[in-house]
Design a protein around this ligand. Structure first.
Ligand code: C5P
Length: 232
């Protein structure tokens, strides 16, 4: 898969999601389904969007003992999503078990990427709550390298980290990057942002864009602008 824009469908119902996607006539954006929509609508929303021809990043961030994650991933593999994810904090055994569970009988599997540290965790929380004393960027790179060594395909990270992740883990290790805003747009609650063009220059493989598209007056135009700035 090449560079693409993934639209974060952060809606709480299938109705809202389908009404939003119905605006895209002829285009089938790559979509991200997160916990809110998945827990509201269950696996059926994945099947419906798949049947409509969308590629899907199922963002459920699994984190449990290896056996549980393996079995859960086996269930998700049958949903035929294109990308799914887990927390690298679950450690190597859990990541390997996840890959095993995700691999279908014919040997194919969705791409599996890791969350390193949540962007909501700052250095103070890292030290105070998690007792991790190293600087955040070292922690993120270490988690990315551990994910790569376990056989994963990439990480979710800030576009500001994409170049460093590629340096540490190789050019083909995927960087899927939220925190993207148009140069003339609202930053909202995102703190460290890049424009689609900057994310492209930084080497992001996929950008995940929510509100700059979903809350735009013209979501289709905002999506097309994102694609032309990021993919070219
Ligand atoms: O609306 P916005 O463009 O900020 O949406 C970004 C999406 O990426 C949301 O679904 C958010 O949960 C997700 N995300 C993020 N930062 C991370 C991981 C995921 O913004 N570190």
């Amino acid at each position: 898969m090449g560079k693409d824009v993934i639209v974060a469908c952060d809606f709480s119902s299938a109705e809202q999601t389908l009404a939003f996607l119905d605006q895209f006539t002829g285009r089938k954006p790559f979509v991200k389904i997160g916990m809110e929509l998945y827990y509201a609508e269950g696996p059926e929303i994945v099947r419906r969007l798949k049947a409509r021809g969308h590629k899907i990043f199922l963002d459920l961030k699994l984190h449990d003992i290896p056996n549980t994650v393996k079995k859960a991933m086996a269930v998700l593999s049958r949903l035929d999503v294109d990308i799914t994810n887990l927390h690298a904090a679950g450690a190597t055994a859990m990541m390997r078990a996840a890959l095993e569970g995700l691999t279908r009988p014919d040997g194919t599997r969705p791409l599996l990427i890791a969350v390193t540290q949540l962007t909501s965790t700052d250095q103070a929380a890292l030290e105070r709550d998690l007792l991790i004393r190293e600087p955040m960027d070292q922690v993120v790179m270490h988690y990315a390298q551990t994910a790569r060594a376990a056989g994963l395909d990439g990480v979710v990270c800030s576009p500001l980290e994409a170049e460093k992740v590629h340096g540490a883990c190789g050019a083909s290790f995927l960087t899927v990057t939220p925190g993207v805003r148009f140069a003339d747009g609202d930053v909202g609650d995102q703190k460290r942002v890049m424009t689609p063009a900057q994310a492209r220059a930084a080497g992001s493989d996929y950008i995940v864009v929510g509100r700059p598209i979903t809350a735009a007056a013209d979501p289709v135009a905002a999506y097309e602008r994102c694609v032309s700035e990021f993919v070219g």
